[in-house]
Write a protein of this length. Structure first.
Length: 335
């Protein structure tokens, strides 16, 4: 990218003196660009964009291949044609940042009203108090049916408590009451069950919006971890081709980058209240793109590729679902 800023006789960073008959655009010692110290806001913005994403045509060439030629960007990268395109990690980081930033904005203002208050407004607290007023301690946790459970933390450990029961326990979450509640479900009060019930009760003091936002803040890390797992599954599917794991990882990064583009478009359309027609696209377009990308990269017959797409979608869907549940549970455990 050309710059018209006045050149300095010496590097402002390492004080290297530029010879008069040599290029002086960049310092040969430290690599810093040579320009005057008084910069305009526009020049600083230009440098920031260039350093982040190299806006010199790479973006448009990368976007064209990523969006309209599935798998071609990965193919060219592995062939050694890397300079004309945005590096895979930089592309993924930028798109994921935009997506999660827009997602946080779409959440709107965060309500600070605790879940306890919301349940009390629905009359759950009054029902719990009236039903249990004269009930003996041994039967107080058996008034409501198990299918009214409201906590994945406790239900995952076969402890199904209704909202009213959780509110009742939250009044006095002493170790004795926690143990009594667990035994009422015919289970032993192990350390894990005590922790699950205690954290469930504690979550009633946080608002649903706060819990959701905490979970959303974990998602970038979860997705970043899932990409290598996706690549590992892909390498297993194509293990007979004896490709290096890095090749599958680059494919995974480009595929996830495309998916992030779709979700960014969906969020932007949501701001305009015209996203209803696009939401069904999110369910089938990634699979179609994945199929075409595999065909372009590995060149196997259509039916064989389709079978691998279905197997990959099922396997990765299970991993993704488990990861989402686990991250949601962690967000509650760490309140």
């Amino acid at each position: 990218m050309p710059h018209t800023a006045t050149k300095l006789p010496a590097c402002a960073n390492c004080h290297y003196t530029f010879p008069p008959d040599r290029p002086n655009e960049y310092c040969p010692r430290c690599g810093q660009q040579n320009h005057e110290l008084n910069l305009s806001a526009g020049h600083v913005l230009e440098e920031t964009l260039e350093g982040l994403f190299h806006f010199d045509g790479k973006v448009f060439r990368t976007a064209k291949l990523l969006l309209f030629k599935p798998g071609e960007l990965t193919k060219r990268f592995l062939e050694g044609k890397r300079m004309p395109y945005v590096p895979p990690i930089r592309l993924y980081v930028f798109l994921s940042f935009v997506f999660f930033f827009l997602l946080s904005l779409s959440m709107g203002p965060v309500s600070k009203e605790p879940t306890r208050k919301l349940l009390e407004k629905k009359g759950v607290q009054e029902v719990a108090d009236s039903v249990r007023a004269n009930a003996p301690e041994s039967t107080r946790f058996q008034v409501y049916e198990a299918d009214s459970s409201d906590s994945p933390l406790t239900s995952a450990l076969n402890l199904n408590f209704s909202q009213a029961e959780l509110l009742y326990i939250s009044k006095d979450p002493s170790p004795a009451r926690i143990d009594s509640a667990i035994r009422s479900r015919g289970a032993e009060p192990t350390t894990m069950r005590r922790l699950a019930l205690r954290q469930t009760v504690r979550s009633l003091n946080a608002s649903p919006d706060e819990i959701t936002n905490k979970w959303i803040r974990m998602l970038p890390t979860v997705m970043f971890v899932l990409m290598p797992l996706f690549a590992l599954l892909l390498k297993w599917l194509y293990r007979r081709q004896h490709q290096y794991y890095l090749a599958h990882l680059i494919f995974s990064i480009h595929f996830h980058s495309f998916v992030f583009v779709l979700f960014i478009v969906n969020l932007l359309l949501g701001y305009l209240h015209i996203s209803d027609w696009f939401e069904p696209v999110l369910f089938f377009l990634p699979a179609v793109y994945f199929y075409l990308a595999l065909r372009n990269n590995f060149g196997q017959p259509p039916l064989k590729t389709l079978a691998k797409v279905l197997l990959m979608m099922v396997a990765y869907g299970l991993v993704l679902g488990i990861s989402m549940i686990a991250s949601a549970l962690i967000s509650v455990f760490t309140l």
